[in-house]
Design a protein around this ligand. Structure first.
Ligand SMILES: [Zn+2]
Ligand SMILES: [Zn+2]
Length: 310
């Protein structure tokens, strides 16, 4: 799908949704994200070929963050083209070792046995790819037809980044802006810190934006390509949504003698509708609890129990 002359969106199917891969077509080809391990052969390469371009022309792949629905395809692309791989310093380790995310999550939430555990990943899924270039906030990246500024937007993950084309006021946000989550999620996924996420949304709001390019269709919008009004709306919805979840969790704790982590996760899941395919919202519940604790609104009482602050 053509967005501008040089920027195209390739939609890589992911269950009932898609992961967006943004292709920048110049003398050479640059990619923002690469979909899942199968995406290059099934979707990205055929798309490039339909335009008369060859996958070997890809010279740069920038990973928005360390989730394998975005970096999974990089390995195949690198093998085919020798492209340079770039990602933020804080997420590079997850791209170099895809088992790290699941090891981290299962360590953080042991009772949930989050799938897949590291042992359940196939050999192919365990294979990471070396990050050649570490990115930091403010760095300028040359995508061939334009130069973009790296905007570090932690929250969804610690090392989530956006790319900002200041001249055309276009921003590529990956999964940094979660809105109300996708239809596969129970609300937004915040693997990092809630306050960092809110800070990132405020920072993005301060940018002059005509176009926002997301990697998934985040609710309440029904497109991954947003104009000026919609971009502002999803940033505001992102802030509103975590505010609502925070209030919901605080109310639950205040109105009960003591609230267990499991109970709060189930309640948040129910709040967003019982989608059997939805991912567990334990990361956002954990992020909210940490933020409420820091603001001294709640207190830990035992390992996984919370009470209102006296
Ligand atoms: Zn993600
Ligand atoms: Zn994603």
């Amino acid at each position: 799908m053509k967005i501008t002359e040089d920027i195209h969106l390739v939609k890589c199917p992911l269950q009932s949704i898609f992961t967006g891969v943004y292709v920048v077509l110049g003398d050479r080809i640059s990619l923002f994200d690469a979909g899942m391990p199968a995406s290059p052969e099934s979707t990205i390469f055929p798309y490039l070929k339909s335009l008369g371009r060859d996958p070997s022309e890809i010279s740069l792949v920038i990973a928005s963050h360390g989730h394998d629905d975005h970096f999974g395809g990089i390995k195949t692309i690198k093998e085919k083209s020798g492209a340079i791989v770039a990602a933020h310093t804080d997420d590079a380790a997850y791209i170099e070792d895809p088992t790290k995310l699941w090891i981290d999550l299962n360590r953080r939430f042991p009772a949930y046995h989050l799938k897949p555990t590291a042992d359940e990943l196939s050999e192919g899924e365990k294979m990471g790819v070396k990050v050649d270039r570490l990115l930091e906030d403010g760095m300028i990246v040359d995508l061939g037809t334009f130069k973009a500024r790296v905007v570090h937007a932690p929250g969804h993950t610690k090392g989530s980044i956006c790319l900002y084309d200041e001249e055309r006021k276009i921003i590529f946000t990956g999964d940094s802006v979660q809105g109300r989550g996708t239809v596969l999620q129970s609300g937004p996924l915040i693997y990092g810190e809630l306050d960092e996420y809110l800070g990132s949304m405020e920072r993005l709001k301060s940018l002059d934006l005509d176009t926002m390019l997301l990697d998934h269709e985040y609710l309440p919008m029904n497109s991954a390509v947003l104009g000026r009004v919609e971009a502002l709306k999803i940033l505001e919805e992102s802030i509103k949504c975590v505010g609502e979840i925070s209030k919901f969790i605080l109310d639950k704790i205040n109105s009960s003698h003591m609230a267990e982590f499991f109970y709060l996760v189930d309640e948040v899941k129910a709040l967003h509708g019982a989608n059997p395919a939805s991912m567990s919202p334990c990361s956002i519940v954990d992020a909210v609890l940490k933020s409420l604790e820091k603001r001294q609104l709640i207190k830990r009482s035992g390992l996984d129990r919370w009470i209102r602050a006296p």
